[in-house]
Design a protein. Sequence first.
Length: 194
Amino acid sequence: MDLQQLLNGALGQQATQLVSNQLGIDQSQAQNAVGLALPTLLNALNNNASSPDGASSLFNAITKDHSSGGLEDLAGIAQSALGGEGSSILQHILGGIQPNVENAVSQNAGISGSQASQVLQILAPIVLKALGSQTQAQGLDIGGLAGLLSNVVGNQQQQAAPQQNNIISKLLDRNNDGNVIDDVAGLLGNLFKK
């Protein structure tokens, strides 16, 4: 099963159910929240991995911290995420744009800003675990991981409504120059270095 099927299929549905249960929000709110948060995280990771340093940092973080242990225990992943791990991961993936992303997810789903933050915190390690399992299963190297992310994001952009793609592009374009690559370059430079 490829990453696209994983996230859009059973795993995406489980993550949506998990978000609904953890945050006490209804299924449609959870679906709307995950529907914007997930592609935004993948786009940010893809943009980060478009530079050699960013791709290397992401690969190292995934193979070191997110390839062992599967996605069977999403509730356990969520508990760790809400215990601080998710917030730490988000700082590396989104940096200073995190409040903007939280606000957009909040408005899109009709939930509070703190609930939107928790959605992102829960999803961040799930995305990294999914990337880790695919990297391991396919024996990918740094370039393979970058290619995998690029393909997934490309497929998502083709399937998403233009409005959703516009929201994501605006969120990731920090300096409003129409180019998101320069805004996220280097964010992953210190990814998970402890």
